[in-house]
Design a binder for this molecule. Structure first.
Ligand SMILES: [Zn+2]
Length: 312
């Protein structure tokens, strides 16, 4: 009888122990489940970005800033670019990067990459109409006549590389050989060898790591030793992104970002004169700028620096 009572009491205790352990077990299982979900989402995210890169590569095998844009704007919005533009304090590329805000003046540097192209004449006409000067980072594409016209009409002709093929990042030599080729082209046409350059993909591109780990770290330093100044951008029109394909979208991206930078700021705007819809946005961008007190200038060796963070 006593044994039976003891047995019943013991059974009751065991049930209470099981009950008191149940919440602990439930908590443990849900934590494990959450961890699994998070790690699989990260895996999918990483996989998607690498797929985007390889898709871009298959598409043209030569470049496209589409891939660059994907990397730069994977977080979306202009804020990301602003962060990237600010180098670490200890970084030797840190230079006076803001125009003194005393004047409260806002300066816009319109820059056009990858041309000349068939759309460049239309762009030059618009710039001429408003007497606005811009900067062209040219390649070996397009006509000599357009490069001559850019120079004659007071724009800065700057270098982007000849081929714009990411294979230039295989080595220091392959990069400089390609840069020298476009430099020779511009010198032949204009009589001047530009010292203003922009890296295909920007200094922050990580596609170059496929060809040479650390090449951007080496190149960003070496180009300056060789007397060049390189410029990235702090306002992207997004015109190289698959998500931006209308003139209105380009206009809104540029104007919102430029406007968001505030008084005493400067904006280095990235557009491509190889894109018709982007070129078509320029007149409205200029009209907005002039109406709102912005000053348009060309990049030169004394312009404030915009350097992205180097990722390779
Ligand atoms: Zn480019």
């Amino acid at each position: 009888m006593k044994k039976d009572v003891d047995y019943i009491i013991e059974q009751g205790r065991a049930r209470r122990r099981r009950l008191s352990l149940q919440p602990v077990f439930t908590f443990f299982m849900s934590a494990l489940f959450t961890a699994l979900i998070i790690s699989s989402v990260q895996y999918i995210g990483g996989d998607r970005s690498s797929k985007t890169d390889s898709k871009v590569k298959i598409v043209d095998g030569i470049e496209t800033e589409v891939s660059d844009f994907v990397e730069l704007s994977s977080v979306s919005e202009g804020h990301k670019l602003e962060i990237e533009e600010t180098p670490p304090v200890s970084n030797e590329t840190a230079q006076p990067s803001e125009i003194p805000s005393v004047s409260g003046k806002r300066i816009v540097y319109l820059t056009f990459d990858d041309g000349p192209s068939g759309y460049t004449p239309k762009l030059l006409d618009v710039l001429k109409k408003y007497n606005v000067k811009a900067t062209f980072f040219v390649t070996c594409k397009g006509s000599d006549e357009m490069i001559l016209r850019e120079a004659n009409e007071g724009h800065t002709v700057a270098l982007h590389t000849c081929s714009h093929n990411y294979e230039i990042y295989r080595s220091m030599d392959t990069y400089f050989n390609d840069l020298n080729t476009v430099s020779a082209r511009v010198a032949r046409i204009t009589g001047k060898s530009p010292k203003i350059i922009r890296f295909p993909g920007g200094a922050s591109n990580s596609i170059s790591a496929r060809y040479n780990k650390g090449i951007m770290t080496a190149l960003t330093s070496e180009v300056e030793k060789r007397g060049y100044r390189y410029f990235d951008w702090n306002v992207s029109s997004g015109d190289a992104s698959n998500n931006v394909s209308t003139t209105d979208a380009v206009y809104r991206n540029v104007v919102n970002a430029v406007n968001g930078r505030g008084d005493g700021s400067f904006s280095v705007v990235l557009q491509h004169d190889t894109k018709d819809f982007s070129v078509n946005a320029v007149e409205k961008i200029i009209q907005y700028g002039l109406k709102n007190g912005y000053e348009f200038k060309t990049l030169d060796e004394n312009s404030p620096t915009v350097h992205h963070r180097v990722n390779n």
